[in-house]
Design a binder for this molecule. Structure first.
Ligand SMILES: Nc1ncnc2c1ncn2[C@@H]1O[C@H](COP(=O)(O)OP(=O)(O)OP(=O)(O)O)[C@@H](O)[C@H]1O
Ligand SMILES: [Ca+2]
Ligand SMILES: [Ca+2]
Length: 577
C-alpha cells in the first residue's frame, strides 16, 4: 500500500502547495476540465478565478474560498459532490458546460407534484439567505400563524427547475420523508413541515444560527484539542448511530453538514442535509456512488456498501478535527479516489505523535479500508477514547442482530470456537457487549429470549425504521426458535471476528482462544465435514487447502482451521486464505 501524507488545505495564494485547488465552487466542469483518460470520473476543475480576489459573499458555497484569505488555516474541505453523482441526478454533465444543465425535453414527462401543502406564503415570511448548496438555498423565515407564529425558522428552498431527472425528484421526496421520520433526536435538525408551489419545494426546519462545523474548525486555526474533538465526535456518533438503527444511511457526512444551533462555545451540533440519504436493509448493499470526494469510503467506490460508509466519513472528519489535514488528498477527483482506495493516511507527522494512543486507535479503526473491520457508531461511542465522556449514551447496535442471526445458524463446533474467543475479550470490549445485552432487557435471572430482539427495536422505532424494513428484520430474528441466552452465550453470539481481526491484539486473542478451544472444544473432523462447515464445495483444490486446516496427528482443527471456522461460512474468506 502506498503512503499518503495528510495535506493541510493549502492557501490558494500559495501556488506551490495547491495549483489548482479543487474548490467548492467548481462543482460543474468547465472548459478547462480535462476528462480523465483512465478513470471513469472527471477531475475537479481549477478554483474559479472569480474567487481569487473578490470580496465576501453571503453564502456558504461562494464564501468558502474567501475564508482562506481571512484565516490562517485554509478550509479542510472544499467538499464537492462526486461528479458521477451529479451527472446522474442532474442529467449528463458535459465538460464544456458552465453550469448544471437545466431540464429541457425530458422535464415534460417528469411529475414534480409532491403532495405537500401549497400554503407556504400564508404560513411564513421569508427572510434573508443563510446558506447555499448545490441543490438549493436556505433562508431564515418567520412563522406567521399556527404553533410557529413569531418563531424564526430555516427554509431550504429547492427549485423544481433543478430537478431535471427522476432520481433528483426522488431524492427530494426521500429527503423530506427521512427528515420527517427521524426528527426528534437532539443532534438532528428539527423538521417542521414541507410545502411546494409551481417553482419550489420548501423544507421548513429549526434555524441553526451557530454556523457550520467547518467554520468552527477554521476559526480554531484548523484543528481541535482532543477534548473538544471528543465533544463533537460524541454528538456526531450519537445521531449517526440513531440513523443507522433506523435503517437510514446519510451518505454525505462532512463538516459542512453539521450546524451549531447558536454561536455559543457549548452549542449543540445538529446533522442536516439528508438530500443523499437512503434506506438500507440490514442484509442489503447499496451500489450507487454517492457522497463528497474527500469523505467517500472505498467500498462506495466499489459500489457495494451499507452503513459502514458513513463510519468512514466520520473517520475522515475525526482525522481533520485532530490534525487539521485531510487524510486522503490529491489535486484531482480521480487522484482523491486513488488515495482513498490505496493510500494509508499518515499518523507519523505532527501532531499525531503527541496525541493519545486512544485517539489514534479510534481514528485508525474508522479509517480501516475493510468495512467489516470498521467500528459501528455504537461501538465507536464505546471506544476507550470516548467511553468515559459524560454525554455518551450507547444505543442499540444493528450489527448485534446480524451477528446473533449468523451465530444461531452456525454449527455447534463454530459456536464453541466463538465461545472460546469471547473468553479472551478485555474488560473494555465486554463493556460494549454488556451495554447491548442490557438494552435487550434480560429477565431477572439474566436471560434474554429471541422476543427481546424485537422489543429492543420496537422501543426505538420511528417511521423510518418501518420504511427501511429494519423492523421486519428484528421480527424475523425474534421468530427464530432458539433457547434463552445468558450473557456468556450472548458474548459468543455478538462477538465480531472481523472487527477483532482489525485490532493489533488480534493474534493474541486468536492464540489464547485456540488454547481454550483445544481444552474443551476441539475434536477430530473430516475434510468433507470441514468443507461443509465452511460452505465450500469439496472440489480437489479445496481439499488440498483444507488439509492444512486439519492437524495430521489427531485429525483435529489446526490453528489455521480454527481461525477459518471463526469466520464461518464464506467463500470469500476461503479465496483470501
Ligand atoms: N436548519 C438550518 N439552519 C441554518 N442554516 C442552514 C440550515 N439548513 C441548511 N442551512 C445552510 O444552508 C446550506 C445548504 O443546505 P444543505 O446542505 O441542506 O443544501 P444542499 O443544497 O443539499 O447542499 P449540498 O450541496 O451540500 O448537497 C448549509 O450548508 C447551511 O449553511
Ligand atoms: Ca450540504
Ligand atoms: Ca445535499
Amino acid at each position: 500500500m502506498g503512503l499518503c501524507h495528510g495535506k493541510p488545505i493549502a492557501n490558494p495564494q500559495n501556488k506551490s502547495e495547491n495549483s489548482p485547488l479543487p474548490g467548492e465552487n467548481d462543482l460543474v466542469p468547465n472548459s478547462q476540465t480535462p476528462k480523465s483518460s483512465n478513470f471513469p470520473f472527471y477531475s475537479p476543475s481549477p478554483l474559479p478565478s472569480l474567487f481569487k480576489n473578490s470580496p465576501a459573499v453571503n453564502s456558504s458555497v461562494s464564501s468558502t474560498p474567501l475564508r482562506i484569505f481571512k484565516r490562517p488555516f485554509p478550509p479542510p474541505s472544499p467538499a464537492k459532490h462526486i461528479r458521477a453523482l451529479l451527472a446522474r441526478r442532474h442529467g449528463s454533465v458535459k465538460p464544456n458546460e458552465a453550469s448544471i444543465p437545466e431540464g429541457d425535453e425530458c422535464e415534460i414527462a417528469l411529475d414534480k407534484n409532491f403532495g405537500y401543502s401549497k400554503q407556504f406564503v400564508t404560513h411564513y415570511e421569508l427572510g434573508e439567505e443563510v446558506g447555499r448548496g448545490h441543490f438549493g438555498f436556505t433562508c431564515s423565515a418567520k412563522g406567521k400563524k399556527g404553533s410557529l407564529k413569531g418563531q424564526d425558522v430555516a427554509v431550504k428552498v429547492i427549485p423544481k427547475s433543478k430537478m431535471t431527472t427522476a432520481i433528483a425528484i426522488e431524492d427530494v421526496r426521500r429527503e423530506v420523508k427521512i427528515l420527517r421520520a427521524l426528527s426528534g433526536h437532539k443532534n438532528l435538525v428539527q423538521f417542521y413541515d414541507a410545502y411546494e408551489d409551481d417553482d419550489n419545494v420548501y423544507i421548513v426546519m429549526e434555524l441553526c444560527n451557530g454556523g457550520e462545523l467547518l467554520d468552527r474548525i477554521l476559526s480554531r486555526g484548523g484543528k481541535y484539542s482532543e477534548e473538544d474533538a471528543r465533544v463533537v465526535m460524541v454528538q456526531i456518533l450519537s445521531v449517526v448511530a440513531y440513523c443507522h438503527l433506523q435503517g437510514v444511511v446519510h451518505r454525505d457526512l462532512k463538516p459542512e453538514n453539521f450546524l451549531f444551533t447558536s454561536k455559543d462555545e457549548n452549542s449543540p451540533l445538529k446533522a442536516i442535509d439528508f438530500g443523499l440519504s437512503d434506506y438500507v436493509k440490514p442484509d442489503e448493499r447499496l451500489n450507487d456512488i454517492v457522497g463528497s470526494a474527500y469523505y467517500v469510503a472505498p467500498e462506495v467506490l466499489h459500489r457495494s456498501y451499507g452503513t459502514e460508509g458513513d463510519m468512514w466519513s466520520i473517520g475522515v472528519i475525526a482525522y481533520i478535527l485532530l490534525c487539521g489535514s485531510r487524510p486522503f488528498w490529491a489535486r484531482t477527483e480521480s487522484g482523491i479516489f486513488r488515495a482513498v482506495l490505496k493510500a494509508d493516511p499518515s499518523f507519523d507527522e505532527a501532531p499525531w505523535p503527541s496525541l493519545s494512543p486512544d485517539a489514534i486507535d479510534f481514528v485508525k479503526r474508522l479509517l480501516n479500508k475493510d468495512y467489516r473491520k470498521r467500528l459501528t457508531a455504537a461501538q465507536a461511542l464505546s471506544h476507550p477514547w470516548l467511553a468515559n465522556h459524560h454525554d455518551v449514551k450507547i444505543p442499540m447496535d444493528m450489527i448485534v442482530y446480524k451477528l446473533v442471526k449468523a451465530y444461531i445458524c452456525s454449527s455447534s463446533l463454530r459456536k464453541s470456537a466463538l465461545g472460546a474467543l469471547a473468553k479472551t475479550l478485555t474488560v473494555a470490549q465486554l463493556a460494549y457487549l454488556r451495554e447491548q445485552f442490557t438494552l435487550l432487557g434480560p429477565n431477572k435471572n439474566g436471560f434474554i429470549s429471541m422476543q427481546n430482539f424485537k422489543m429492543g427495536m420496537v422501543k426505538n422505532s420511528t417511521d423510518a425504521m418501518k420504511d427501511s424494513r429494519a423492523l421486519d428484520y428484528a421480527n424475523m430474528i425474534s421468530s427464530i426458535q432458539y433457547r434463552k441466552m445468558d450473557f456468556e452465550e450472548f458474548c459468543s453470539a455478538a462477538i465480531s471476528v472481523h472487527q477483532l481481526e482489525g485490532m493489533e491484539s488480534w493474534e493474541q486473542h486468536a492464540r489464547r482462544a485456540y488454547e481454550l478451544f483445544e481444552k474443551d472444544g476441539n475434536r477430530p473432523i473430516m475434510i468433507e465435514e470441514l468443507a461443509s462447515e465452511l460452505g465450500l464445495s469439496p472440489s480437489v483444490p479445496v481439499h488440498v487447502v483444507l488439509q492444512d486446516w486439519i492437524r495430521h496427528s489427531d485429525g483435529k482443527l489446526s490453528f489455521l482451521g480454527f481461525v477459518r471456522l471463526l469466520h464461518g461460512v464464506s467463500s470469500r474468506s476461503f479465496q483470501r486464505a
